[in-house]
Design a protein around this ligand. Sequence first.
Ligand code: FAD
Length: 463
Amino acid sequence: MDGNLPVLICGAGPTGLTLALELSRFGVPCRIIDRTLEPAAHSRAITVHSRTLELLEACRATERILMFAQKIRHVEMVAGEHTIMAVDFDGMPTAYPYVAAVGQETIERTMIVCLHEQGVSVERGLTLTALHQSADDVEVVLAGDGGIERVRCRYLAACDGAHSTIRHLLDVPFDGHALPEHFALADVRLEGALPRDRLTVMLDPNGGIFALVPLHDAWRAIVESPAELPEALDLVDIQRLIDAHHIPTRVSAVEWSSTYHVQQRKVARYIEGRTFFLGDAAHVHSPRGGQGMNAGIADAVNLAWKLALVVCDSIDPRILATYHDEREAVGRALLVATDNGNRAVFNANTAVRALRNAVAPLATRLPLVRDRLRENIAGLRVAYPRSPLSVNDVPARRGLRAGMRVRGHRPGGYRPQPVVIPESASGVPTTIVVRPDGYAGYVADGTHAGGANTYLRNVIGIT
Ligand SMILES: Cc1cc2nc3c(=O)[nH]c(=O)nc-3n(C[C@H](O)[C@H](O)[C@H](O)COP(=O)(O)OP(=O)(O)OC[C@H]3O[C@@H](n4cnc5c(N)ncnc54)[C@H](O)[C@@H]3O)c2cc1C
């Protein structure tokens, strides 16, 4: 039995792969296992948001993902004649002012290549079947063609997806509800030139939606319907939808299609003993906002540097509890936002729809509303203001506050770093301790290193 393994990652989807990339970049020994023999061949998620591209820069996945991505610079939502919402990503405060449309299978393949370059391979054909946690470690049973292997690790990362085995083994509830709507996806080839840098989501009067998302070399048709859908959409089904929405194009081939139901669920605690829940194992929600994969990747980036500090620098492991504090709050907000958004935007009630059609276009023309909307879509507004790791020198500080994303400054390693920004919005220099995930831990006016050092010692635990 391997008794010295710091971290075992169960599941090589985008979440587990990101965690492995981050940990190996930080020099934390880890193993990543998956029960499948091959990476998934079909795409599920297709939208990578600006913040995710920022987070994946350090492990060099971003530049490679972008080679296969279609950049969507404009998103609009229309209901018949009405444009309900129109958002341009140009001018957003990020190096990636667009949604990168790229299939999840390509993202996973790219991550596997990057991981390989960092000396780690996914161990496939291994299924985690049992586990036992003690105060000091976790013992897991892995079943594969070669028989049974028992592994002892200090920490276990449950990145094993929506039907998480680990969640079941630990008897952790996954509370929430199923959405009544039916969803279908299809990857299609189109004849006829549609603009490839924009995404139009079309709302039906019956509460359903239809969208054609441009990919690098194909299109993803997304259908949502209050009525039952066929098990897989064929060419005739999709052409009918295209014609119904007066889109000037023809389908020449359907390469893959699948229907599914969506759940809105979440674990109450992201940490159970020495086990961490990440990605779909921790939260699942409607794909409408395209947030699922992006949230899982952000979970992994949040946890990795904290694990590295504990494993490599032996700092107080209580810092790991902040993974729950920070990411559970984001997961909870995501479920509330998708539920509220669904009710407001996809409502079949005529009066609500009329109100929506009248108010939404006006509201989204206001610069403040527009900026918030597009930065929310891009994942740029995620912040940890209430985290125990977020400390401001003055409670009523304006502008940049602890817990907010710091643009353009991100330490290369796993230790938070003090930086001084000479010309801040307040007119005086600002001292920031930037966390390895690019969020401000400590923010203070002035250039005094004392406060930053006290923060690193007393809050992070670096001596
Ligand atoms: C049809 C469909 C469409 C979607 N569309 C979108 C979208 O447009 N945008 C979006 O953001 N998200 C979308 N999602 C959600 C997105 O795919 C997930 O959020 C994402 O895959 C989560 O990644 P993950 O790594 O957490 O889990 P997964 O990708 O599910 O990976 C879990 C891995 O764990 C492995 N595993 C499971 N149990 C065990 C075990 N006991 N032992 C070993 N290995 C195990 C599995 O083989 C799998 O490889 C969609 C999902 C589906 C199904």
